[in-house]
Design a protein around this ligand. Structure first.
Ligand code: NDP
Length: 501
């Protein structure tokens, strides 16, 4: 035994057996004293933590961000400080609506989250594979997610609820168009773009602020499944993304993205025909060209999925000096909601877990104290400094030198309704009429028809009216595809009782 690794209890005592329970007599019963058996069963009962209410199914990898172009005139963030600089990154991609056991190749938006372990703390870029989102105000976010999840009575996904909600929230048509386009089912995470989606800000050493959008353009090329291909694939495997991603990285075929920013001067934001802080809008490339920043390469599979992917906690609240937020209302809400989700799901000190701990930071010092998972010594610079202010010179102090420039606010506090709803149709119209070709439009019509086929006539009509405002051909194309769809489920009062969509 001396040359073998000895099995121990979790408290470190050597174990005599991992096979036979302690019984009174040869045939039992089992004695309560066999604590290690009880412990083994109790641990199994606790192996799962609450899954994320959204983005439950995910795939992750470690990698490297390398700066290729100098953007120090916009930001003092250390990760961008010189060309050639490298920063370790943990990525997690995900579907939004499906539970942890859902199939990977489902039509859905994909989460695209990156944790940059910078020397001034972690910067989390919590984006999607689409440049926009379904709603622009967080009041509507819980309602929207409810329509993507299961109907409370049938426990099935409900196209009726999805399209009913979207029709009542027509700003969503931009994102729904992208979702129903070819980009709705990427082949795997390496074959799709990532977008910061929100408008963020960068600020430099001179205290100047610039509005910014982040873009991650796949270097492997876009590749997507059609509905038919995805259905066939899911019949064979539900884990196509995990398989592709793991095997690519294991085989040295590393996923890569070129990283770009778009920059808008603070004052320029007041002169746009659209609200640049509205998450349902992009910034046109022609007006705000992409500026290359760097390259992202994912090159290491995590040693343990649960430890580094399930426990990875991304939050837009994690920014570093030189990067900040914007007035975007959805972003403002996510600053609270994401960190709060992690406190609930993982525990109070979730940021001390290996996936989330600020690795590259020279120091991590804070005055938050006890609570679940307090498994680390005090981090304040002095053992008696468990409060602040205090008398200890070595104890951690705030550094006014990293204060960001003031956020210029325009207007009175009020509950503003966007004044120009027609503006919501301009960008989806450009996507439909100018970016897509005839074949893409035909697939869009067919994908949307397949998704909305099971809806009631009333909901279909409400949605056609939205499409008609984008473009008459869009409405006509989807109407025809719905009528032609031989697989469409007949309309009944129970039309939400279907798994299609
Ligand atoms: P551009 O012609 O410069 O940009 C069009 C962009 O559309 C492409 O660069 C590509 O983005 C993206 N695209 C192509 N096919 C699809 C698809 N099936 N689904 C989603 N996006 C697609 O024009 P504009 O910048 O003026 O934008 C026109 C419209 O393009 C916008 O209203 C918006 O709907 C869409 N778009 C714009 C983006 C932007 O940041 N400006 C980003 C993505 C879409 P990419 O290069 O990122 O792959």
């Amino acid at each position: 035994m001396a040359d073998k690794t000895r099995l121990t209890t979790s408290a470190g005592a050597p174990m005599p057996t991992n096979d036979h329970s302690l019984t009174a007599g040869k045939r039992g019963p089992v004695l309560m004293q066999d604590y290690q058996l009880l412990e083994k069963l109790a641990h199994q009962n606790r192996e799962r933590i609450p899954e994320r209410p959204v983005h439950a199914k995910g795939w992750g990898a470690f990698g490297t961000f390398t700066v290729t172009q100098d953007i120090t005139r916009y930001t003092r963030a250390r990760l961008f400080s010189e060309v050639g600089k490298q920063t370790e990154v943990l990525a997690r991609w995900s579907t939004v609506a499906g539970e942890q056991g859902a199939a990977d190749a489902e039509r859905d938006v994909r989460g695209f989250s990156l944790k940059f372990y910078t020397e001034e703390g972690n910067w989390d870029m919590v984006g999607n594979n689409t440049p926009v989102f379904f709603v622009r105000d967080a009041y509507k976010f819980p309602d929207f997610i409810r329509t993507q999840k299961r109907h409370p009575k049938t426990n099935l996904r409900s196209p009726e609820a999805m399209f009913d909600f979207w029709a009542g929230q027509p700003e969503s048509v931009h994102q729904v168009t992208i979702l129903m386009s070819d980009r709705g089912i990427p082949k795997n995470p390496a074959r799709m773009n990532g977008y910061g989606s929100h408008t963020y800000s960068l600020w430099n050493d001179q205290g100047e602020r610039f509005w910014v959008k982040f873009h991650f353009r796949t270097q492997k090329g876009h590749a997507f499944h059609t509905n038919a291909e995805a259905e066939e694939l899911i019949g064979k495997t539900r884990e196509s993304y995990q398989e592709d991603l793991y095997n690519m990285i294991d085989g040295g075929d590393f996923p890569r993205w070129k990283v770009f920013i778009q920059i808008m001067e603070e004052e320029e934001a007041t002169r746009q025909s659209f609200n640049p802080f509205d998450l349902t809008k992009v910034w046109p490339h022609g007006d705000f060209p992409l500026i290359e920043v760097g390259e992202l390469e994912m090159n290491r599979n995590p040693e343990n999925y649960f430890m580094f992917v399930e426990n990875a906690a991304y939050a837009p609240s994690n920014i570093v000096p030189g990067i900040s937020w914007s007035p975007d209302k959805m972003l403002q809400a996510r600053i609270f909601a994401y960190a709060d989700a992690h406190r609930y799901r993982l525990g109070t000190h979730y940021e001390q877990l290996p996936a989330n701990h600020a690795k590259a930071a020279a120091e991590v010092n804070f005055y938050h104290k006890d609570g679940a998972m307090r498994f680390f010594p005090p981090k304040t610079g002095h053992p008696d400094a468990y409060y602040e202010p205090n008398q200890y010179d070595e104890a951690a102090r705030a550094d006014p030198g990293v204060a960001e420039p003031p956020l210029r606010i325009d207007g009175d506090a009020d509950r503003y309704d966007p004044a120009d709803p027609d503006a919501d149709y301009v960008q989806p119209r450009a996507l439909y009429a100018e970016v897509m070709d005839d074949d893409e439009r035909a697939r869009l019509h067919s994908n949307m028809a397949s998704a909305m086929g099971p809806c009631s006539d009333a909901v279909k009509e409400r949605w056609y009216a939205v499409l008609g405002k984008v473009h008459p051909d869009y409405e006509a194309g989807v109407r025809k595809a719905v009528e032609d769809d031989v697989n469409a489920v007949p309309v009944t009062d129970d039309s939400q009782v279907t798994t299609r969509g």
